[in-house]
Design a protein around this ligand. Structure first.
Ligand code: COD
Ligand code: ATP
Length: 199
């Protein structure tokens, strides 16, 4: 039976950075953010629902979803964010579980589900162990502003749309402290995977 690890954190805490490290151990990762892009492609059910709910203003010239515009709308308004979540999340969950099960059935010893909203959406029953990538809020804010070019105000709005990463760390089975170098996080991950008998 595969061990299913739920990898989470808060925005820009380093989930994608850590998720790449699983490659070195040939451990497959199912990425909820990536799936959330697939399910809003033109032709998908969620695509039509987004246009119906948010209007043509969230479309780019090529008719794909304008993610920047949609982000500005939903991170400024909790009710709108909930509406988008209700459209996108069911499709993301369905695909995520299919991929999780396909990897497990193909004999993987461990499968990682990288889910930013693992705790917020109460999805911990999808996984056996929860792993939180933790950073102090000041480091998080700085990395988020640098990565995405947001103003401090834009970055804070996005951070506040999630449970604070400190609280998530308290709920987790294990944490990786990602305040230091990427190599330091890599060492913590390796130790953990040894403790959990997957490498
Ligand atoms: C609002 C959207 C269009 C912005 O797209 P953009 O390409 O700028 O960001 P991206 O999708 O890469 O998300 C970046 C990060 O934002 C955070 N985030 C995204 N959506 C949400 C949300 N609904 N609530 C809280 N945080 C969120 C996550 O930490 C995520 O890792 C997009 O995030 C989206 O469609 N969100 C709804 C689906 C969702 O909840 N995705 C996250 C997990 S499935
Ligand atoms: N240990 C580290 N040292 C320096 N920079 C880091 C470290 N870890 C991550 N970063 C940088 O911080 C930014 C955020 O990391 P990353 O994209 O992995 O976060 P994330 O949690 O996946 O974000 P999101 O929630 O938006 O998907 C990136 O620019 C990344 O290169």
């Amino acid at each position: 039976m595969a061990l299913i690890i739920g990898l989470t954190g808060s925005i820009a805490s380093g989930k994608s950075t850590v998720s790449l490290m699983f490659d070195d151990y040939n451990i497959p990762v199912v990425d909820a953010d990536k799936i959330s892009r697939e399910v809003v492609a033109p032709g998908e059910k969620a695509y039509d629902q987004i246009i119906k709910t948010f209007g043509q203003q969230v479309l780019r010239k090529d008719k794909s979803i304008d993610r920047k515009m949609l982000g500005e709308i939903i991170f400024a308004d909790d009710a709108k964010r909930n509406q988008l979540n209700e459209i996108v999340h069911p499709a993301v969950r369905e695909k995520m579980l299919k991929r999780r099960d396909a990897y497990a059935e193909s004999g993987a010893k461990c499968v990682v589900l990288d889910i930013p909203l693992l705790f917020e959406s109460k999805l911990t029953h999808f996984v056996d162990k929860t792993l939180v990538v933790y950073v102090d809020e000041a480091v998080q804010l700085k990395r988020l502003m640098e990565r995405d070019g947001y103003t401090e105000n834009e970055a804070i709005k996005r951070i506040k749309a999630q449970i604070p990463v400190r609280e998530k760390a308290e709920m987790a089975d294990a944490i990786i402290d990602n305040n230091g170098t990427k190599y330091h996080s890599y060492e913590q991950l390796e130790r953990l995977l040894k403790d959990w008998n997957v490498i």
